[in-house]
Design a protein around this ligand. Structure first.
Ligand code: VGL
Ligand code: ZN
Length: 197
């Protein structure tokens, strides 16, 4: 069984959003077009409470894109984005979300960010996605979405480490590219055994 995992195709990561990924909206039609090729379609939604610890606005004297130390490691501080219940947190209106079997939300713990669809950024707290995939007999994943160098990378690397056969379709991803994050993501994914195509 082969699933399509669509990461964070939400208004705030698309054109005009609070943390807009350049050309983020441009991948939506291509994602819709391949959904029918998979046994299952799973979407993720970045889903933060107001005042989340990954927001620069929650840290006195910090600006968006600064890096800070958190108990679980270093953390990029972001503009406020994907706040639970807001239009920015909604899936892109043209993404055919009715075709999803499952929508998984992540990042709702106020104290821990969660780039990966599998684990929060402490690399320990599971989201439950692994169990969902295994109990449905899914062994292969194709990952697309936003942003390639953050949530797509973390999700693909975790999936490969968990033993799934993972491929990232980079033409259906877009990246933030912050301080070399894209090159680093490529090398992390390759080392983890993720196929990039
Ligand atoms: C993401 C930064 C903060 C992503 C989510 O979806 O890549 N990036 N939250
Ligand atoms: Zn986020």
């Amino acid at each position: 069984m082969h699933a399509l995992l669509v990461i964070d195709v939400q208004n705030d990561f698309c054109d005009g959003g609070a943390l807009a990924v350049p050309e983020g909206s441009s991948i939506v039609a291509g994602i819709n077009a391949i959904m029918g090729q998979f046994d299952a379609v799973i979407l993720t939604q970045d889903w933060h409470p107001a005042g989340h610890s990954s927001f620069a606005s929650s840290h006195a004297g910090k600006s968006p894109f600064d890096v800070t130390d958190m108990p679980y490691g270093s953390q990029v501080l972001w503009p406020d984005h994907c706040v639970i219940g807001t239009d920015g947190a909604a899936l892109h209106p043209l993404l055919e979300s009715d075709r999803a079997d499952m929508i998984i939300r992540k990042g709702f713990n106020p104290a821990i960010d969660s780039y990966s669809a599998f684990f929060e950024n402490d690399h320990k707290t599971p989201t439950g996605l692994e169990g969902y995939l295994r109990t449905r007999g899914i062994s292969d994943l194709t990952v697309v979405g936003l942003a390639l160098d953050f949530c797509v990378n973390y999700s693909a690397v975790d999936a490969a480490r968990l033993g799934f056969k993972v491929s990232v379709k980079t033409d259906l991803c877009r990246s933030i590219n912050l301080n070399g994050s894209l090159a680093q993501a490529h090398s992390e994914m390759s080392s983890a055994g993720v196929t990039l195509d």
